[in-house]
Design a protein around this ligand. Structure first.
Ligand code: PRP
Ligand code: MG
Length: 212
C-alpha cells in the first residue's frame, strides 16, 4: 500500500505543534528530527522533516502529498496549492512596520521608500493593489534590524507576540494578512493517498473540536 507523505517543519515555530496534532490523531513517530523521514507506527503515513520555505515546491512537484505549513508561506510561495483545514495554531500576522518615531503611518506613505522583507511577493501584491511603488530588499532573517542599520525605511515580516518589533524600536503600521498553520495538499495527490488524507482530516477535525 502506498503511504501518505506528509511534510512538517523540521525545526522552528511550527514543529512542536505539528508533531502534537499528528500524535493526537494517532500518528506516532518513533524517533524525531534526526531522521529526515520517518514512518508512522500504526498508519500508512510517512513524515518528512523539511525547511519551511522548501515545502511549497515539494507540494507542487508531488514529492510530498500533504503538509502542515503556515498559510503565510503558502501565500508567498505556494501559488496553486490549496489547503483543506485550518489547524488553529501558529497564529501570526504579516505586517509592515517602521521606526516608532517615523512619520509614515500607512502603506501609501511608503511610496519610493525601501522595504526590507522575507515576503517579497506578498508585499508586492499589496503595493500593486494600491498603486504604490517601493524598493524591496529581500533578506532571509533578522529583517527587523534593517531600519536600524540604515538598510531600509520599513520592514515587512511576521508578527507573533510583537516582541521583535518592540525590541527593535519599530511600530506596526499595516497588517497585510493574518495566518495560522494549515493542512495543505499537493495538486498531484493520487486517489489512494487522497483516501488516507481524508481519514486523517476527519480525525483532525475531531481533535480540533475537542480543543475548543
Ligand atoms: C520570526 C519573524 C519575526 C519574529 C516574530 O523570526 O521573522 O522576526 O519571529 O515573532 P514575535 O512577534 O513573537 O517577536 P525568527 O525569530 O523565527 O527568526 P528569523 O527572522 O531570523 O528567521
Ligand atoms: Mg525574524
Amino acid at each position: 500500500m502506498n503511504k501518505l507523505r506528509i511534510a512538517v517543519q523540521k525545526s522552528g515555530r511550527l514543529n512542536e505543534d505539528s508533531m502534537r496534532i499528528l500524535k493526537d490523531v494517532g500518528i506516532s513517530i518513533d524517533n524525531g528530527k534526526d531522521q529526515l523521514k520517518a514512518a508512522a507506527r500504526d498508519f500508512p503515513v510517512e513524515v518528512f522533516y523539511l525547511r519551511n520555505g522548501d515545502i511549497p515546491q515539494y507540494l507542487k512537484d508531488g514529492v510530498v502529498d500533504a503538509a502542515i505549513i503556515g498559510e503565510n508561506v503558502l501565500i508567498e510561495k505556494g501559488e496553486g496549492i490549496n489547503f483543506v483545514e485550518r489547524l488553529g495554531f501558529s497564529k501570526c500576522k504579516v505586517s509592515i512596520a517602521v521606526p516608532k518615531d517615523a512619520k509614515e503611518n500607512s502603506l501609501k506613505d511608503l511610496a519610493g521608500k525601501r522595504i526590507a522583507t522575507s515576503y517579497p511577493k506578498t508585499v508586492e501584491k499589496f503595493l500593486a493593489a494600491q498603486n504604490i511603488e517601493a524598493q524591496l530588499h529581500i533578506i532571509n532573517g533578522s529583517v527587523e534590524i534593517a531600519p536600524n542599520i540604515g538598510l531600509a525605511d520599513a520592514i515587512c515580516d511576521i508578527v507573533s507576540s510583537g516582541s521583535t518589533l518592540f525590541k527593535n524600536g519599530l511600530k506596526e503600521i499595516e497588517v497585510l494578512l493574518k495566518s495560522e498553520a494549515v493542512l495543505a495538499v499537493s495538486p498531484k495527490i493520487d486517489a489512494e493517498r487522497q483516501a488516507i488524507l481524508e481519514k486523517i482530516q476527519f480525525r483532525i477535525q475531531s481533535v480540533l473540536k475537542g480543543r475548543q
